[in-house]
Design a protein around this ligand. Sequence first.
Ligand SMILES: [Cu+2]
Length: 363
Amino acid sequence: MHVTKLLSLAVLLLTGESLASQCKNPPQRKEWRQLSKSERADYLNAVTCLAHKPDVTGGLQNATNLYQSFEATHSEQTPSIHWVGHFALWHRYFTATYERYLREACGYKGAQPYWNWALDASATDNSSMAIFETEIFDSDYGFGGNGKPFLPATAAENPFNLTGRTGGGCVQDGPFREGKFFLNVGQPKGESDCLRRDWIPWIMNYFARQSIIDHVESQPDYTSFARALENIPSFTQPNIHGSGHFGVGGVLGTLGNSAHSPGDPLFYMHHCNLDRVLWNWQQKDLPLRLHQVGGPIVPLDYSGQNVTLDFEINIGKLAGNATLEQLLNTQGDVLCYDYFSPQLAAPQDGGIHGKPGCGCDDK
Ligand SMILES: [Cu+2]
């Protein structure tokens, strides 16, 4: 058994955590490049499978399948789950429930993988396109590439006046390409849109750097952690949450849309990495950080009421309600997963460019 595992076991005993929880053999979450090609294919097939299972929300916002049930649930709650103390734990629960459906509804045997974008971000060159040349965007064993063609955006569509856009049209390759993968949520009944991407290199490189992850993981308490994770709703300062959303989704892309972002399967790869950052932060002082939350109930209301451990969140019809304290524990009665160790570490100069050297067996 790994030393850190032994330590966390000892910590659980000392803090009186229930070892009789229902979590046995938790799925081990890995970076995408730590998966073999057949494991990557299994994951992508399971996502496609979800899009062919029946919706569980009763057609919320015109959701027509189980994949879209998640997008609709997120869309419905968008105004109350961002810039709040429960942001990270709501998305933790949401992503873990997606992982559970992949396994239970679609026979997927693995864990939810994550995309550690810091492995690909350039620390020195914001215009580098290397971050988009990684295996994440592979058309056969990845999520496909940019949206094409380039589409101009109106001022109303681009309220932050973001520059450096490169796409906006439908994704043309990979398992979620136009004609293969359909997004109905928020569309008029009976109509669907394609998955769109609109890569913006400077946001991806600037917001996804290891130095910013380090800054977030070094915060002394939950309240400051949560605030560093989301930072401010502006593009004048980097925030790692914005990296995947606006680096990949840009202005016209699905992942850049605050309500509909879970329409891009990369949402779960991105949010799983943010969850790993939370998990890494918790591991630094687990006895304390299994029982600590903070941050506003009302978005951006930093002088108002804060969330507490018994604050309850819901994810609609996808699963039952859970308290923040339950969601702090990734191996308790509600959640059951772990992060695989060792994790791939980003080189100081940034950018492995698809060569992880992780010793993975490339079947
Ligand atoms: Cu969200």
